[in-house]
Design a protein around this ligand. Structure first.
Ligand code: ZN
Ligand code: ZN
Length: 369
């Protein structure tokens, strides 16, 4: 099969400028590299911030964004026979992949936590000429990248959530599990019900928790969260102040506060306020905060409640695998595919970013067909 000479891509040539549709030469593939034809590339909140240079990291432009990608294998080198689970792969199979971890640094070798790899090579953040982002027709998946074949009975729309939000929450639940996890009958509050919050809700819904309370300011998101397992929804905008809202939520949890609070909103004010919702011996999981800014908190609220605070970042291939299995096992029960609320052609990527920023799309996705 002939490898195409060029690939169309929507390129972030400069921060704060619209993406440009460019033809990028397909780089020469190294031994073991694969070429993928992008099927579905979903737009992450991170991309919305990256395009405006609002993140703590500032990779050099031009960049092809897109780290949540499902693609078909277009070129498969002879050396690659299976995915990381041992499932045979062939040209045309759909796959998803994690960032590339070097396997030799302290985080990889000693901590066994490749997600903190000191020399990782990411997808969706690298120089455009390397063709490693989903906002394109084709994408290079470098040799040594962990990838998994997507089962035939799982649609790309259902699977793509596992590429970022899903794997991140599965990793966070592993961290929570190391601290006792969610026990039957526990009360759980999830603040912020975008894609990350939805995965927190659906995973909590399978634990035997007695209440899963979704908090957001978007009526659409709150309505949708019920279909992912939320038992109660709270529109934060309906309360005159923080104290009234916190009291209402504490009362919903039998007056004691929540056993588990999972912060997925990214709001600093919400981060601080959530400490007031925690019950004694509560666990506070932080998975949505990306700002470098500070917010005042009262440390005694953690000490006096004997609370546990758990931070969690991203996920490695084991979390992709577990999330995808979870989606496959529960796809009849929850509308995973509907997380993609709107689809756009590749050249409409600027509109997709704008609609995400405006909250019009829960999750936008670029399609290549
Ligand atoms: Zn993402
Ligand atoms: Zn490493």
């Amino acid at each position: 099969m002939d490898i195409p000479k060029t690939s169309k891509a929507m390129v972030l040539t400069e921060f704060k400028k619209p993406l440009e549709l460019l033809d990028i030469p397909v780089p020469e593939l190294g031994p073991g590299d694969m070429l993928i034809k992008v099927d579905l590339a979903s737009v992450c909140g991170t991309d919305v911030h990256l395009a405006r240079d609002e993140l703590s990291m500032h990779p050099p432009t031009p960049i092809i964004m897109g780290h949540e990608t499902v693609g078909e294998i277009f070129y498969l080198p002879d050396s690659v026979k299976t995915d990381i689970t041992g499932a045979p792969v062939k040209v045309g199979d759909r796959i998803m992949w994690s960032h590339l971890f070097d396997g030799t640094c302290y985080s990889c070798k000693v901590l066994h936590e490749p997600v903190m790899c000191e020399r990782s090579r990411g997808y969706g953040f690298s120089p455009a000429k390397e063709l490693r982002g989903g906002y394109a027709e084709y994408e290079v998946v470098l040799a040594g990248t962990d990838f998994i074949r997507i089962p035939d009975d799982v649609t790309s729309e259902e699977a793509v959530g596992a590429c970022c939000a899903g794997r991140t929450v599965v990793n966070a639940f592993e961290g929570l599990g190391r601290c006792g996890g969610i026990r039957p009958g526990d009360t759980v509050v999830v603040t912020g019900v975008g894609p990350v919050g939805l995965f927190a809700i659906v995973l909590a819904a399978q634990t035997g928790a007695s209440k899963i309370i979704a908090v957001d300011v978007s009526p659409t998101r709150l309505e949708f969260s019920k279909r992912w397992g939320a038992t109660d929804v709270i529109n934060a905008a309906d309360y005159k102040d923080s104290a009234e809202k916190v009291k209402y939520i504490r009362d919903l949890c039998g007056g004691r506060g929540a056993d588990i609070v999972i912060e997925c909103s990214g709001s600093l004010a919400v981060f601080a306020e959530n400490l007031d919702m925690l019950a004694y011996y509560g666990k506070y999981v932080i998975v949505g905060q990306t700002s470098e800014d500070a917010v005042p908190i009262v440390p005694n609220k953690i000490q006096r409640k004997s609370a546990v605070v758990i931070g969690s970042h991203s996920g490695d291939i084991r979390h992709y695998i577990k999330c995808l299995k979870f989606v496959q096992a529960n796809r009849k029960k929850y509308p995973f595919g509907e997380i993609i609320s709107k689809k756009y052609k590749l050249e409409e990527a600027n509109q997709a970013l704008e609609d995400m920023r405006a909250g019009i799309a829960l999750k936008a996705a670029l399609v290549n067909k």
